[in-house]
Design a protein around this ligand. Structure first.
Ligand SMILES: NC(=O)c1ccc[n+]([C@@H]2O[C@H](COP(=O)([O-])OP(=O)(O)OC[C@H]3O[C@@H](n4cnc5c(N)ncnc54)[C@H](OP(=O)(O)O)[C@@H]3O)[C@@H](O)[C@H]2O)c1
Length: 271
């Protein structure tokens, strides 16, 4: 089986995926070709054995799975550059580009090549991504290949394409939302006596513990909160103060605004 994949667009998410696929043991660095127009910024990956180049057509000709990870406004020019190298019997195209529909990408390529949409997040670099996949019309072995590739770097959920934009807000943007929560907790920690590095460690590990409880038990957050909130205790006092100041409301509103913005961007791009 051909193991090589190429990632066209070695920016934040492109390099995060490259690192994750190797860290998971799914691929060797030499099996990952990563491109950008300024490949000098990929020197660190090159030193680790990844293949780096600015030549997208070279990358495609040596790969079976082609992951597109450029920004929405860069997509048309990229596809125009590569479409002649795409072989509908050999390649599987995976796009992580926000707002670019499968139909739109297939139309730009102009061939009946399988196109799958993926929405990972930057935790893919440490194999802790929440990746949503929308397979369109792709099935069988090709679908399984992409499922197992992304399963190697975290959890995978299959969703229909109309939910990819909501998944972008909850999972891809979500990394930033939860990081900001951890930063806020650490700032509280500094105010009550800890050094910044201690406070961040304590907040981040506590956040990981909370997330792991849910992921391992498939439980509901409220039933786990009930186990921590002693009547008249300090947890419920802190929690209620946060809620009086709009904690849940801020998160819900932020996710909805983020979703609306993502929808607007998708529409503006005509996709
Ligand atoms: N960041 C995330 O957490 C995340 C998560 C899920 C999905 N996404 C989506 O993934 C896409 C990329 O996001 P990003 O945050 O990684 O953006 P980014 O850091 O700006 O990365 C885009 C990369 O594409 C390269 N590029 C542009 N045109 C190219 C071309 N013709 N050939 C090869 N490389 C090219 C750019 O490098 P050069 O300028 O050197 O060419 C740049 O490194 C976006 O559509 C975004 O919505 C991002």
């Amino acid at each position: 089986m051909e193991r090589k994949i190429c990632i066209l667009g070695g920016g934040n998410i492109g390099t995060a995926m490259a690192k994750g696929f190797v860290r998971s043991g799914y691929l060797k660095p030499s099996d990952v070709i990563i491109t950008r127009r300024h490949p000098e910024y990929l020197k660190e990956l090159e030193k680790e054995g990844y293949v780096t180049t600015r030549d997208n057509n070279y990358a495609i000709s040596h790969s079976e799975i082609v992951i597109i990870a450029v920004r929405p406004e860069q997509l048309e020019r990229l596809i125009d550059e590569i479409k002649d190298s795409i072989d509908e019997n050999r390649h599987i195209i995976v796009s992580v580009v926000t707002g670019a529909a499968i139909k739109y990408i297939s139309g730009l390529i102009g061939k009946k090549v399988p196109v799958i949409r993926a929405m990972p997040n930057t935790a893919v670099s440490i194999c802790e991504s929440m990746t949503c996949l929308s397979y369109g019309n792709v099935s069988g072995k090709k679908k399984e290949k992409i499922y197992s590739l992304f399963s190697s770097v975290g959890k995978v959920l299959e969703i229909s394409e109309e939910y990819i934009v909501p998944a972008t807000s909850l999972c891809a943007c979500g990394i930033a939302f939860f990081l900001r929560c951890i930063r806020a907790a650490s700032q509280g920690g500094i105010e009550i006596g800890f050094h910044s590095d201690e406070a961040i460690l304590m907040a981040a590990q506590t956040a990981r513990g909370a997330a792991s409880i849910l992921l391992e038990s498939y439980g509901h957050p409220e039933s786990e909160i009930d186990k921590v909130t002693t009547p008249r205790g300090c947890t419920i006092a802190g929690l209620n103060e946060m809620e009086h100041n709009g904690l849940s409301s801020a998160m819900i509103k932020g996710i909805v605004v983020s979703y609306n913005k993502a929808m607007e961007l998708a529409k503006n791009n005509g996709k």
